[in-house]
Design a protein around this ligand. Structure first.
Ligand SMILES: C[S@@+](CC[C@H](N)C(=O)[O-])C[C@H]1O[C@@H](n2cnc3c(N)ncnc32)[C@H](O)[C@@H]1O
Length: 235
């Protein structure tokens, strides 16, 4: 998440130690056993019977495969995205709390008037924005127009048309259209850079294009530590 203002709060950067602490949860997610994870979660709550573990596990595995194979993002695949990614993978596989990501969005957009969201899928965190006193306009940018349709509709429904929603098909590996250069107070590219295949050069090119969207005089990147580690471990 990049933002041109600091909100008078400490920058949203992670130290190497903090990042390592967060990232160690990610190691065991490479070979997930969905049924085991559901069973553990079910035991904690006492809520899941063996039958429902089996059924949920079958559905989640099918939908995960669907999300990974489906480069075209149809309405159907986008309908299950939030459930699989944000309600299952995020807390139970990756050990990441949704409310922490939401907090990043709420904090970074606090003093932003114009926000751009690159690689918007369903707009999950934008849908749930809390205090956004200054925000006037959100521009959705993605390669796939179906994502933009779904995201725009989601935002209109959940934000009650509080903000103007603009949209534009954009490939982040190409330079943004001239009218978007230096336009935005903040740019979000949540859970996005890892989707770009081709290693360090490709990620840095995408970051350069995202940075070009920010107002030049005030633009700064938060979380440079995480970005440098992502670049290191993606090559
Ligand atoms: C994992 S999803 C992003 C998740 C989303 N930001 C969220 O917070 O839920 C990746 C998105 O990036 C889009 N995408 C992939 N490659 C892209 C590219 N080169 N340029 C722009 N968008 C791209 C995909 O269509 C997809 O919507």
């Amino acid at each position: 998440m990049a933002n041109s203002v600091n909100n008078g709060k400490p920058p949203l950067e992670l130290s190497l130690r903090e990042f390592a602490k967060e990232a160690k949860h990610l190691m065991w997610t490479r070979t997930p056993n969905v049924a085991d994870i559901l069973q553990q979660a079910g035991r904690k709550d006492g809520a899941l019977s063996p039958d429902s573990v089996w059924l949920l596990s079958w559905w989640i595995k099918r939908e995960m495969a669907h999300q990974m194979m489906d480069n075209t993002h149809t309405q159907a695949s986008l309908a299950s995205y939030d459930a699989v990614i944000w309600y299952f993978n995020c807390p139970l596989l990756w050990g990441i709390r949704r409310d922490q990501i939401q907090q990043l969005y709420d904090d970074c957009l606090q003093q932003s008037k114009l926000h751009a969201e690159v690689g918007a899928r369903t707009g999950f965190f934008l849908k749930n924005l809390q205090s956004t006193s200054e925000l006037q306009e959100i521009t959705l940018l993605a390669k796939n127009p179906t994502c933009l349709d779904v995201c725009e509709e989601n935002l209109h429904m959940s934000l009650n048309s509080k903000f103007k929603i603009e949209r534009q098909v954009m490939d982040v590996l190409k330079s943004p259209p001239p009218e978007l250069h230096g336009k935005f107070d903040s740019v979000g590219c949540n859970y996005f850079l890892h989707c770009l295949h081709g290693g360090r050069k490709i990620i840095l090119l995408a970051v350069k294009h995202c940075a070009a969207l920010l107002k030049p005089e005030t633009g700064t990147f938060h979380n440079r530590m995480a970005l440098s580690l992502l670049v290191k471990y993606t090559v």
